[in-house]
Structures are given as C-alpha cells and as structure tokens.
Write a protein that binds this ligand. Sequence first.
Ligand SMILES: Cc1cc2nc3c(=O)[nH]c(=O)nc-3n(C[C@H](O)[C@H](O)[C@H](O)COP(=O)(O)OP(=O)(O)OC[C@H]3O[C@@H](n4cnc5c(N)ncnc54)[C@H](O)[C@@H]3O)c2cc1C
Length: 385
Amino acid sequence: MPDQAPIIIIGTGLAGYNLGKEFRKIDRETPLVYITADDGRSYSKPMLSTGFTKEKSADDLAMADADTMAQQLKASVRTMTQVTAIDAVKQEIAIGNENIAYSKLVLAVGAKCIEASLQGNAVEDVYSINDLMEYARFRQAIEEKKKIFIIGAGLIGCEYANDLSNGGYDVESVEPLSTVLATLLPEAASHAVQSALETEKNVKFHFNTVAKAVNKRDDGYEITLADGQKKQADAVLSAIGVRANTALAETAGLTLNRGIVANRQLQTSDPNIYALGDCAEVDGQLLYYVMPLMTCARTLAKTLSGTPTPVAYGPMPVAVKVPVCPVQVSPAPRDVEGNWEIEQDGHSVKALFRDKSGQLRGFALTGERVSEKMALQKELPPILA
Ligand SMILES: Cc1cc2nc3c(=O)[nH]c(=O)nc-3n(C[C@H](O)[C@H](O)[C@H](O)COP(=O)(O)OP(=O)(O)OC[C@H]3O[C@@H](n4cnc5c(N)ncnc54)[C@H](O)[C@@H]3O)c2cc1C
C-alpha cells in the first residue's frame, strides 16, 4: 500500500521547496504532498536580515504563496499544520489523530532558535526570528519604536544589528564572548567587523557577559545583564544560534546526533525516510547554510526518482551580510591543526588558515579583501569529496 502513497515532504523552507523544484525536473507524475507548520509562502530566509537595508517588508520578501507553489510543483501544500509523529513501520505520519501514509518521507524541518535562559516578567515578549511569519510580527512590533536590544553578536545578531541600524534604530547588543562573530572568524577579522559596527553604525556592544532577565517597564523593557548593568529598549531580539530540529525524527526512532543522521544519499537510519537542510547531519556535516541544502536537494531529487546519487560538497564559503564591513568566510576545520596568517589595513582583513603541510584549509576576508574570495575558494579542499 505505501508504494502507491505519495512522497511526503515535511517543511516548505528552502530545503523542502528546492527539493520539489529539482524533483519535478525529473518526475512530473509521482504525487507530492507538502505539510508545513507555517503559511507555506516561498521566501529566501537569508533576506530576513536585510529587510531594512533593501527596504523590503515581510510581504515584499515573499516570492509566492502556498497555492502558487502547489501549482508550480504539481503538489498539494497543506499549511499551518504541525506533523506530530511518524510511524516508520507503518510508513505513516500523524497530524494529531489523523494518519497519512507515505511511500517516501522527507524531513525538511529546519532548525530551531536556541532560547536564551532568561528570568523576568517579559521573557515571552523576547523575539526570535526563524521564519517569515515571525519576521512580520517583529517588523510590526518595532514600527514607530526606536531602540532594539539584541542578545547575541554572532552571524545572525550582527546581521540584524547592521540592518536595524540601517533602518534608523539604535542598537545595543550583549555577547558572552569577547568580540563579535567570535566562533566564526579569527580575532583580527572579528575586531574589524566590531569596529565598523561601533564607529559607523553606532552599535553599542557589551562583551563577556549575558542577558540575565527581561522585565516590562511602562515605556518598554529593562534588560539586566549578568554583570549587573541594566539596559532599556523598546524591543528585545534573541539571536543566540540554532539547533537542528530533531523532535519528529525522535518519534520515528531515527538515529540522531547533533542533527538527524543521514548518509551521503540523505537517507536516515530508516530506508524510507530522508533528511534535508538545517535538520540533517549529512555524513557528519551539519551546515546551517543554503549552499549545502541546494546541493543536497539536487542529489536527493535524483535518488527519489530512482537513481541513487550520493552528495558531494565542494568548498562553501559563507557571506556574512554586514554591509558596513562585508565578510566572506570559510571556517577553519575544528579538528585540523594549523596557523592563521593575517594581513590587515583598517577594516580590510585577509586571514588565511594553513595546516601544517601549508595547505589552505580556511579563510576570512573582510572589507575590500572580500573580492579575493573566488581565487581562494579554488585553493580549498572539498568539504565532502
Ligand atoms: C536571518 C538569517 C539569515 C541567514 N543568512 C544566510 C546567508 O546569508 N547564507 C546562507 O547560506 N544561509 C543563511 N541563513 C541560513 C539559511 O537561511 C538556512 O540554512 C535555510 O533557510 C534553512 O532552510 P530549511 O528549509 O532547512 O529550514 P526552514 O526554512 O527552517 O524550514 C523548515 C520548515 O519545516 C516546517 N516544520 C518544522 N517542523 C514541522 C512539523 N512538525 N510539522 C510541519 N512542518 C514543520 C516549518 O514550518 C518550515 O516550513 C540565514 C538564516 C537566518 C535565520
């Protein structure tokens, strides 16, 4: 019976929709069913942290609604629907008491924002933005407001700091480490970005401490830091990172590690269930970026249409969208010993990470040096050969 059942894709983010697009290039007939907890609009998530800079509202960022996507992909798209469990033996998903059979199931359920550990009477009012609907709510809440406090100065925190500042907001931010983007960049590059945000965008950072409590006041919110300082803001945004969403996979008894464990064919520990995008740990690699999920979508489309195809990743540098001091980074692998070579001129940094044999294994470029990305990328070994 499940062989006649549709392929079900859970999630309509970049992973889910790009898989459908790639699959329909090969197979126009096999029934495809999407189920998503959100409104199913197609949008590019990286654009969320550029809304003010590009002068685009949440609605402007939506490229197509769920009905349009359903037509384009010859699929059905069921929106605002939370899948609650998976029975891998019966090959069924559950939506509350309703069960739906699948022939193959794809988990494209993304990652969840890590919640800051906070006290106070306004914890529920702290925003985190992980989809277009949350972005729309945040934009509406800060209309006519002035001051935004951001918890976290990593990739997403810095992007929002620059973007909100471009939108005319006063931005203040707290970060437990000693500089911005500290887990992604060598110190010289981090300091270049930090200095540009401070001097040119007037962002005020508090390093080496965390937000401890958020309380409501008559005129906004009071944020108490662990070092005792108290800060005021009109809205608080938490951006302290994401973690693969493994909750549904757990109900199916799938093997989990930091994400849903998948092999090079994106197949999980159950042969009929695949994982793709931010939720998937593919051959040990858990990469919360667009390029890997696009590569995976292309190969998984082939696998699902009958040609089992393993994925390979080339080098995949990431742009950090801090226009005041652009960044291109290919992080140094954690398990490789080596040294950074740094050249710096003001906010422009070229940092190369070489292993003991002299092979380039990572780089960080800021300011005017980002133009060297393509040349350096060619020197890097692939992430998954
Ligand atoms: C502000 C921001 C900026 C970024 N900038 C960049 C960038 O510049 N470059 C880059 O490479 N990457 C960037 N990223 C990361 C990139 O956007 C993500 O890697 C990518 O969008 C993940 O797509 P996804 O489809 O895997 O997950 P998501 O977009 O999170 O989609 C998950 C889907 O699963 C659905 N879902 C989850 N659980 C259930 C359930 N139980 N039942 C039904 N549906 C469910 C959700 O409703 C959603 O539709 C950025 C991320 C953010 C937040």
